[in-house]
Design a protein around this ligand. Structure first.
Ligand code: 5GP
Ligand code: MN
Length: 353
């Protein structure tokens, strides 16, 4: 038996909204990761299985290593199919937000969501998330920051509502696996293994999920990792900190594709006595975030990791307007890479002593 964590009144309310809805849109965050894809696609399969019209809409493309996920091919990517995405949102009577806590995390789709909420009093919004400080955009907020993945919350919700099929189960497992670094952090938690047990019993091929997610890199990506570690990693031993940053030219040299930087921030944490790691890369400003960029053509994507009781979410929040979990956070900086690096150097000592 699992420890109950979802508020039952909210589950009943969510169940009612789902029951009443005909057209449902599921939204998840920019640059979707395994948990974003897992939680949204698990909802998608469940809703379709129960006769609903459902669509997953993401602001920006998902990485190649998640392309195999059941339902991934039907996802509507706003930056490629803006009109279709907005049409589906206009037509929706229920919007389910998974794995993000604030409209900013979905770029212009966040503005669209806020506008729709104002215009259309019949529209219902359900949020299923595990980040701190959920914003006030939903009618039902299932927010549990202690839970390691949003996919686990979707599992808990769906198994209370009815039966889940193998596609939902596979997506949930993927999110649980990726958001815990293959069960290597945030994972001293018995319920997690009970759920994994149940999912495997339902037929999830966990070895195949691992293989598809983890062993699907290109040779370019492996060489990029080598380059980062050999030439780019800066170590600040006094502060137990590692920093890697890459500009667009370097990324181009290794034929960088979305997802190639995934997990890079974790590697310096393998060094003894390194407790903080920061990875930055220069990116283009995409169509869904021009408003945020304030004229800058470049965006720096920042990822941070730490060990134990050393929060990085406060650093990401204060310095880079981002946030996340205690040991895994991120943020964005609109402007030149050098400025973002300087901001890091000016501030990191303050936050990690
Ligand atoms: P990653 O480093 O894998 O991109 O992100 C790690 C975690 O940091 C994510 O699960 C998410 O919670 C958080 N995160 C990453 N980027 C941002 C950001 O730009 N803003 C906020 N608020 N959180 C972020
Ligand atoms: Mn997540």
């Amino acid at each position: 038996m699992l420890t109950e964590i979802l508020d039952n009144k909210k589950v009943v309310e969510a169940s009612r909204y789902i029951g009443q809805a005909k057209r449902i849109v599921i939204l998840t965050h920019m640059a979707p990761d395994g948990d974003a894809m897992g939680s949204s696609l698990a909802m998608y399969h469940y809703l379709r299985q129960n006769g609903k019209e459902a669509h997953v809409i993401v602001p920006t493309a998902f990485p190649d290593f998640l392309r195999w996920m059941p339902g991934a091919a039907e996802i509507i990517i706003y930056e490629k199919m803006a009109e279709n995405a907005l049409e589906k949102m206009d037509a929706a009577d229920l919007i389910v937000c998974t794995d993000f806590n604030e409209p900013k995390r979905i770029g212009v789709l966040g503005d669209k969501l806020l506008a729709l909420k104002k215009e259309k009093t019949s529209l219902r919004v359900i949020m299923i998330d595990h980040h701190l400080s959920p914003s006030d955009i939903a009618d039902v907020v299932l927010s549990y920051p202690q839970t390691p993945s949003a996919s686990e919350l979707v599992y808990r919700l769906l198994t209370q509502l009815g039966e889940i099929g193998i596609d939902s189960a596979t997506c949930i497992y993927t999110g649980m696996m990726t958001d815990t670094g293959n069960f290597s952090f945030n994972s001293n938690y018995c319920d997690m293994y009970q759920i994994v047990h149940d999912l495997v019993k339902m037929g999830v091929d966990k070895d195949a999920v691992y293989d598809q997610v983890m062993n699907s890199h290109t040779a370019d990506r492996m060489r990029l990792v080598g380059y980062c570690l050999y030439q780019k990693m800066r170590i600040f031993p006094q502060e137990h900190t590692a920093l890697i940053y890459l500009n667009r030219k370097e990324l181009y040299r290794f034929n960088f594709r979305s997802g190639d930087a995934e997990g890079l921030v974790n590697i310096p944490m393998q060094i003894k006595d390194i407790y903080y790691s920061c990875f930055m890369r220069e990116d283009k400003v995409n169509a869904s975030e021009e408003m945020l960029a304030g004229g800058s053509k470049t965006k720096i994507k920042i990822s941070m990791r730490s060990k134990g009781d050393r929060p990085v979410n406060t650093f990401c929040h204060d310095v880079f307007g981002g946030g996340g979990h205690k040991n895994a956070s991120g943020g964005e900086y609109y402007g030149p890479l050098e400025n973002a690096v300087q901001l890091f150097l000016d501030n990191y000592k303050k936050y990690n002593t």
